[in-house]
Design a protein around this ligand. Structure first.
Ligand code: ZN
Ligand code: ZN
Length: 276
């Protein structure tokens, strides 16, 4: 159900695009995401919970069980897929000819096949299609993140994808960093300082990149000189729009901060979620 919050996301991306009129990439993504937002908040989710089992190591992790994909009901996601394919064609994206002619059943097969593959986490199309279902899953899932060990905590405890972004929130005046999964969107606590990719925590080997138009509301890229990775970080306390931890959508934040990706990449850094 579309509500004011999601209309607000569209306006937010529009304003950011006005802030960076020269960024063609941002403008293109802003148009695409305006359509995706309409689709996401008018789509029914599937129940993905049966797809995730607790792993037997006792680490409190949920694991996507590839064996169960075949028997899952993806009918709602199939309908979402058809809408996403149509949107992509409308926006002139490449490679949509084959997708646009798929039936509902064929679209469901594409979802099952793509989710079964090792590279599922980097499949942005799957992420767009499954977003309504992931939003439902994250509300339902309950993971004891205190059981996570730092070595494995750089990956999503639900789906094992790398973090797409980070958030720093302030609770009772204490700053806490969370990582947000680049695929399913789950957020989990992580050390305030240090690189989630390689664990480097030497202050002289960590730096930040900020945008150059001054409208990022505190969002910056935290980069690591050891592994040349960065993670874009939203600092809740610096936000002028007063959106809190639960009012922000990390996929929207990711698009809004595309100009920071461009700066970080010009300096030779790669987003953690893009690294193998
Ligand atoms: Zn995940
Ligand atoms: Zn690193």
């Amino acid at each position: 159900m579309m509500n004011a919050k999601f209309e607000g996301y569209k306006k937010y991306l529009e304003d950011m695009t006005k802030c960076y009129p020269a960024s063609g990439e941002l403008a293109q993504m802003q148009k695409l995401y305006a359509g995706l937002i309409d689709i996401w908040y008018n789509s029914e989710p599937d129940d993905l919970l049966p797809l995730f089992s607790f792993d037997r190591s006792g680490k409190g992790l949920r694991m996507l069980d590839v064996q169960k994909i075949k028997e899952m009901d993806f009918s709602n996601s199939g309908i979402t897929a058809i809408k996403v394919f149509a949107l992509m064609k409308d926006q002139g994206l490449k490679g949509t000819e084959a997708l646009i002619s798929l039936s509902l059943q064929e679209s469901i097969e594409v979802i099952k096949e793509s989710l079964s593959r090792e590279d599922r986490y980097s499949n942005v199309l799957m992420k767009w299609i499954l977003k309504p279902s992931f939003m439902r899953l994250i509300k339902e899932i309950n993971i004891d993140t205190s059981l996570l060990k730092i070595r494995e905590a750089g990956r999503c405890p639900v789906c094992n994808a790398p973090p797409g972004m980070a958030i720093i929130d302030k609770i009772n005046n204490v700053e806490q960093r969370y990582l947000a999964c680049c695929f399913c969107g789950y957020r989990w606590p992580y050390d305030l300082v240090g690189c989630p990719k390689c664990g480097n925590a030497k202050p002289e080997k960590l730096s930040v990149f900020v945008g150059n138009a001054g409208c990022e509301q505190g969002t910056r890229a935290a980069s690591c000189d050891e592994c040349k990775a960065y993670v874009k970080t939203v600092i809740i306390n610096c936000r002028e729009d007063k959106r809190g931890f639960h009012d922000i959508d990390m996929d929207i934040e990711d698009v809004a901060s595309i100009p920071i990706d461009i700066i970080a990449s010009q300096h030779g850094y790669t987003a953690i979620c893009q690294l193998r």
